[in-house]
Design a protein around this ligand. Structure first.
Ligand code: ADP
Length: 295
């Protein structure tokens, strides 16, 4: 996509001249299109629950007014829709905040293992509700990484939320922390489970290769429906969803993995997925290890 700018020049000697500037604006244009696309998607996603809320308000004002049973049912649906809008707005805000800071490397130090155990303790309500067990291996281990605590927690949270959401009642979700892996180990097929033939680990975010760099990794594994290979590279796109999946009451926003991607990018870490239909999914996020604190 080129922009052409011409400007006539009038030199003194009477010759007609013009200055022609050609500028490659492909990237600028692509960013603009992405932004427009994003806004259109976001508006559409917000409009759906909003339309449902307006519809039920009308019904409550009309014939459901004097029917307490119908009223309760509609109010429940409205609460679900309002909750959905709330989650969507919260995710949109997270995404724009993280994107804004993406070029600033995080300065803090976080224990990835601790972040994982905090997340798991806090999700027990959701997992009890869905009768899914979340198991953390090696509770009490430590895995210090360079990072922003809230953002690292959000990464683990989004991966664990998804694993629970796409699991069936009675399933287990396993969370494993590896305090020190190399980049090659972090992206090699995961050896922690009996993966069937053909399931490969696909990188979704890969950090720049730096010699000798060590990473701490968090792996979240579920026994849910898994995904066909063609979906995997697109999972971190905003609003991308695999069609025909049941995710229970808590329908997703389609932004969770986009948020994970931006946080991992900011931390110069990586993200991989390994999944196949009927074989569950394994997501691994990894972050540069922080040197031990000088004492
Ligand atoms: P959502 O909020 O919809 O879960 P995400 O960005 O977190 O959005 O995920 C994008 C899509 O990837 C989901 O809608 C779902 O189709 C698929 N997905 C993510 N995690 C899993 C998982 N653990 N098992 C199966 N499908 C998943």
């Amino acid at each position: 996509h080129w922009r052409v700018m011409t400007r006539p020049l009038a030199p003194n000697d009477g010759h007609a001249m013009a200055l022609v500037v050609l500028r490659d604006e492909t990237d600028v244009r692509r960013m603009e299109l992405m932004r427009v696309d994003f806004l259109a998607n976001a508006s559409h996603e917000l409009r759906t629950p909003l339309a449902s809320l307006s519809g039920f308000i009308e019904t409550l004002r009309g014939h459901a007014r004097d029917d307490p049973k119908a009223r309760d049912k509609f109010l429940d649906i409205m609460a679900t829709q309002a909750d959905r809008m709330g989650r969507l707005v919260a995710d949109l805000l997270s995404l724009s905040r993280i994107e804004l800071n993406e070029h600033i490397p995080p300065s803090g130090r976080v224990d990835l293992a601790r972040a994982a155990s905090d997340v798991i303790d806090a999700v027990s309500v959701l997992s009890d509700d869905r009768q899914v067990r979340v198991v953390l291996q090696d509770r009490g281990a430590s895995a210090p990484v360079h990072g922003d605590r809230d953002e690292i927690v959000q990464v683990v949270q989004n991966l664990v939320d998804n694993a629970i959401k796409y699991s069936a009642a009675g399933d287990a979700v396993e969370v494993v922390i590896q305090p020190e892996v190399t980049l090659d180990q972090a992206s090699a097929p995961w050896s922690g489970g009996n993966r069937g033939e053909g399931a490969t680990r696909l990188p979704l975010v890969t950090p720049d290769r730096e010699t000798g760099m060590l990473y701490a990794a968090v792996t979240v594994r579920d026994h849910g429906p898994g995904m066909a290979r063609e979906h995997l590279p697109r999972l971190t796109e905003r609003f991308y969803r695999v069609e025909g999946q049941k995710s229970g009451e808590r329908a997703g926003t389609g932004l969770g993995l986009a948020i994970v991607k931006h946080i991992v990018n900011r931390h110069r870490g990586g993200l991989t997925v390994e999944s196949a239909p009927g074989q569950g999914s394994v997501f691994t996020a990894y972050f540069p290890v922080a040197a031990p604190k000088a004492s």
